[in-house]
Design a protein around this ligand. Structure first.
Ligand code: KIV
Ligand code: ZN
Length: 506
């Protein structure tokens, strides 16, 4: 039986800091989908958003609060009344609400960003915690840019938050500047010099600018910190946050040596990573620890030989422990609805009735074209349904002409409010021509920032997956599309992005 004193709490910030990564724009339905999966993963706290930042963030926090009853739901607020009231309002329906309020503490931020004195910051922090307590019993206080702050001042700030009732004190390495030895020392300093720190939970929130987010978080655990803030697949501002799956698996794999545990249901790690990857459109590097495609592949002959003799020769984690299953059976055009549903269940994918119907239709189409459908195809089809937005623009047809001696052209038909609109254009290749034709119809003046195509599985008839990022008036959105025809996948991705621009307009 684990001793609760050794429990490490996992505060997940995929939906807040993670969503701040450029190009990620999740709608409420997608955030809810991820929140439901985070609840299955058994994180302790889900930071659902920053309600003052947009109507859609407010709405998402409200929805997640209403629907996810078995987790603590946190909402972010700067240390000012408007932010805190918005967070409190958005969290109103939550079973276990947490307001996470923050203010900068470093001299650099005070001078250039806040333009406030230390005394003013102390006062604002105290007031923010007090105001937050009008809405929730549990308030987390963070000192932004804490690792570059004057240590004495930081401790005074934390004392102020504790005196006013904060239950969690968070020590963020906002710019990912700390190195582990120094981070550990700073934590010792906080423990030794902050009155009341023993009565609250000390937390850390590490960014990965120097690739040290996980190492710093681990150092924090070794220095007595009880809560780690992290994000699935390590997504977040700039180089991202500490990766949840790495933290969870370090603790699980080395629990005897570390003497701590988490309540993470590690069997849900692969599924969670996959859902976050598809819904955010943020690729996971093949060599990424725990969830990269090659994390459990053994290439060198000597390694393969060892694995055949005994898996423990080169394997420290059993892939099946994190929910990585590979099924040998492929589906095909004769597979029925039941087999498709069973395969989804094996892959841990849950779709609502409506999405299931659409996914099954797509599966049948694809099976007709492609013959064999493997797990990656099934996953791609299902996850594509999960990330659908309200369709303001609906693709009806397209026709492209392309060749070595002609200029490419495209004609696209899109339905808008029940009426078919047709646009045509020439371009540098069929994809460019199609995007220009679509621009003529939608009249959305967006800039294409990224275009990426990859095969979902192997083979000449592989399903192509296209991801585009477009930007309009400072808002970046990601669109995705899949098809065995890469021009069609591109058109679908571009139209998906256009629909997302409409959906994100506050
Ligand atoms: O990186 C940071 O400092 C943050 C705070 C809001 C905790 O994200
Ligand atoms: Zn952060």
């Amino acid at each position: 039986m684990e001793n609760i004193k050794n429990r490490i709490y996992i505060f997940d910030t995929t939906l807040r800091d993670g969503e701040q990564a450029p190009g990620i724009h999740l709608n409420t339905r997608e955030k809810l989908e991820i929140a439901q999966q985070l609840s299955r993963l058994n994180v302790d706290v889900i930071e659902a958003g920053f309600p003052i930042s947009s109507k859609s963030d407010f709405h998402s926090v409200k929805e997640i609060s209403a629907k996810i009853r078995d987790r603590k739901i946190a909402a972010l607020a700067r240390a000012n009344p408007k932010d805190i009231d918005a967070a409190g309002e958005a969290l109103k329906g939550a079973e276990q609400p947490v307001i996470h309020t923050f203010i900068s503490s470093s001299d650099i931020h005070l001078k250039y960003q806040l333009k406030k004195s230390k005394e003013e910051v102390l006062q604002l922090a105290g007031e923010a915690v007090k105001r937050s307590l009008k809405y929730t019993d549990l308030v987390e206080f963070s000192a932004m840019d804490a690792t570059r702050s004057d240590r004495e001042f930081l401790c005074r700030l934390f004392e102020m938050a504790i005196r006013n009732g904060a239950g969690i004190i968070n020590f963020p390495d906002t710019v990912g500047y700390a190195i582990p030895s120094e981070f550990g020392e700073m934590i010792d300093f906080i423990f030794e010099n902050t009155a009341g720190i023993e009565d609250v939970i000390l937390s850390v929130h590490c960014h990965n600018d120097l690739g040290l987010a996980v190492a710093n978080s681990l150092m924090a655990i070794e220095h007595g910190v009880k809560q780690i803030e992290c994000a699935v697949n390590g997504i977040g501002e700039r180089a991202g946050n500490a990766s949840l799956e790495e933290i969870a698996m370090i603790i699980d794999t080395r629990k005897k040596d570390l003497g701590v545990y988490t309540d993470i249901n590690i069997g849900e790690i692969t599924r969670t990573s996959s859902i976050v990857k598809s819904l955010t459109g943020y690729a996971v590097a093949p060599n990424k620890a725990i969830v990269g495609k090659n994390a459990f592949s053994h290439e060198a002959g000597i390694h393969q030989d060892g694995m055949l003799k005994d898996r423990s020769t080169y394997e420290i984690i059993k892939p099946e422990d994190i929910g990585l299953k590979s099924s040998k059976l492929v589906l095909g055009k004769h597979s029925g609805r039941h087999a498709f549903i069973e395969r989804l269940a094996d892959l841990g994918i849950r779709l609502n009735e409506n999405d299931l119907e659409k996914a099954f239709d797509r599966f049948k189409d694809l099976a007709e074209k492609k013959g064999e459908i493997n797990d990656e195809d099934v996953r791609a089809i299902a996850e594509n349904e999960m990330r659908e937005v309200p369709e303001h623009f609906v693709l009806k047809y397209y026709e492209v002409r392309s060749g070595s001696d002609i200029r490419s052209s495209s004609k696209v038909g899109i339905e808008i409010a029940g009426k078919i609109n047709e646009g045509s254009s020439e371009g540098d290749g069929p994809v460019d021509a199609s995007f220009k034709a679509i621009d003529k119809i939608t009249k959305i003046n967006a800039k294409l920032m990224e275009y990426k195509i990859e095969a979902v599985s192997g083979g000449k008839d592989a399903l192509g997956s296209v991801r585009v990022v477009i930007s309009m008036n400072g808002t970046e959105v990601m669109g995705s599309g899949i098809s065995t025809d890469i021009v069609e996948a591109s058109i679908k991705a571009y139209i998906d992005a256009m629909n997302r621009i409409i959906d994100s307009a506050d």
